[in-house]
Design a protein around this ligand. Structure first.
Ligand SMILES: [Zn+2]
Length: 86
């Protein structure tokens, strides 16, 4: 299985993956965090369901993955950390 960042969908080498527990993502999403680097596939999918990007992200993506680990690239992890440390 190819490794990709669970937020932006970028392909990663095993060394580039930062594995974090979903709690950080769930907490950030509950405070209004929406990643700035969502993949194009994400953007076409939310349209399909008639949701806004923010709604689809927080209520579909985050909720359905709220008990698993997330693998993030450094950029997405940095953005998440910046948001959570506010
Ligand atoms: Zn990423």
């Amino acid at each position: 299985m190819p490794l990709i960042c669970d937020i932006c969908g970028r392909h990663l080498s095993p060394a580039e993956v930062n594995t974090i527990h979903a709690t950080s993502v769930v907490n950030a999403a509950s405070k209004g965090y929406v990643p700035s680097n969502l993949p194009p596939t994400f953007k076409s999918r939310h349209d399909l369901f008639g949701f806004t990007v923010a709604y689809y992200w927080a209520n579909i993506i985050v909720k359905t993955n709220s008990s698993s680990d997330w693998g993030l690239c450094q950029d997405c992890l940095d953005e998440l950390d910046r948001f959570n440390s506010k």
